[in-house]
Design a protein around this ligand. Structure first.
Ligand code: MN
Length: 292
């Protein structure tokens, strides 16, 4: 399934992207009001993707979506999970990117966080922040947690992954490198375009062989595969689950391969009018336009 969040008169709601349009998940399940308030983790919308995951409804939903014969043709899509409790980004997780950044590959995963205001959907226009002149792209594969995970072993870690999506970890390099912590350059509004959909794990297949690419204005800048990850999806989930409890809907972006603009000579910084497309065969295309 290709899970999405669509905006409607009834608020932001979970849905499935199908050939007949977006099928509202809760209507398809025969529960238009979603999960009862209080049955999911704090802050979970009763009709969102997080509630769907927390209630373990994906199997039931897949059957209901298959039976649906009509969807919403002109749905307004938000990021697949627009309201995660956590958005964690792994740094330096491809050996080729660590090398181009001139940094030794870490012995344990390096990570930082973004906030929900960073998330924007496919086909957004992101305003380049006035506080930076050096905004860069980073094509990434992100996984979304499907089941609560605390001290999960690597061997069963993938049971806690709902699926995968694309994320562009936009990075204001001048702000990122101004302090030992990277977050100042990572948190501007719209700095995490994500989507177009959350593709369930069964449709993605082997998480150690997911291709990932980025084109800037039609030119290929990054091309790699999750096979090149230093810490793979299972290792990342297991490790993070020893540090904090991961909840359904939490997003973990797994890092970017070589080819970012800051490592090129001359450097490439995003400009007004630029368009990036992050792509992967099973995950689709995530297009973002930039304006200053
Ligand atoms: Mn990154």
């Amino acid at each position: 399934m290709r899970l999405v969040t669509h905006d409607s008169k009834r608020g932001a709601r979970a849905g499935a992207l199908t050939p007949v349009g977006v099928v509202d998940a809760w209507d398809a399940l025969g529960r238009p009001d979603g999960e009862p308030e209080g049955s999911s983790p704090n802050g979970t919308s009763p009709t969102g993707v997080r509630a769907l995951l927390a209630a373990d409804l994906l199997g039931e939903l897949a059957d209901a979506v298959e039976a649906a014969d009509a969807g919403i043709a002109d749905a307004t899509l938000l990021a697949p999970v627009p309201d995660p409790e956590k958005l964690i980004c792994i740094g330096l997780n491809y050996a080729d990117h660590a090398a181009e950044a001139g940094i030794e590959p870490p012995s344990a995963p390096t990570f930082f966080a973004k906030f929900a205001n960073a998330l924007v959907p496919h086909d957004s226009t992101v305003s380049l922040p006035a506080s930076s002149q050096k905004v860069d792209y980073e094509a990434e594969i992100a996984f979304v947690v499907g089941r609560t995970a605390k001290h999960v072993p690597v061997a069963s870690a993938l049971d806690h992954v709902a699926g995968y999506t694309l994320l562009n970890d936009l990075s204001a390099r001048d702000l990122q490198m101004a302090t030992p912590q990277w977050m100042p350059g990572k948190i501007f509004d719209g700095s995490a375009p994500c989507g177009p959909a959350l593709v369930t794990a069964d449709e993605v297949g082997d998480p150690t062989a997911i291709p990932i690419a980025l084109d800037l204005n039609g030119e290929r800048m990054q091309g790699s595969s999750s096979a090149q990850l230093i810490f793979g999806v299972a290792e990342l989930l297991a490790h993070l689950s020893t540090l904090t409890t991961l909840l359904p809907g939490d997003i973990v972006s797994t890092g970017t391969p070589a080819g970012v603009g800051s490592s090129r000579q001359p450097h490439v910084w995003l400009q007004d009018g630029d368009v990036t497309v992050v792509s992967s065969p099973a995950l689709g295309e995530l297009r973002t336009s930039f304006a200053r």
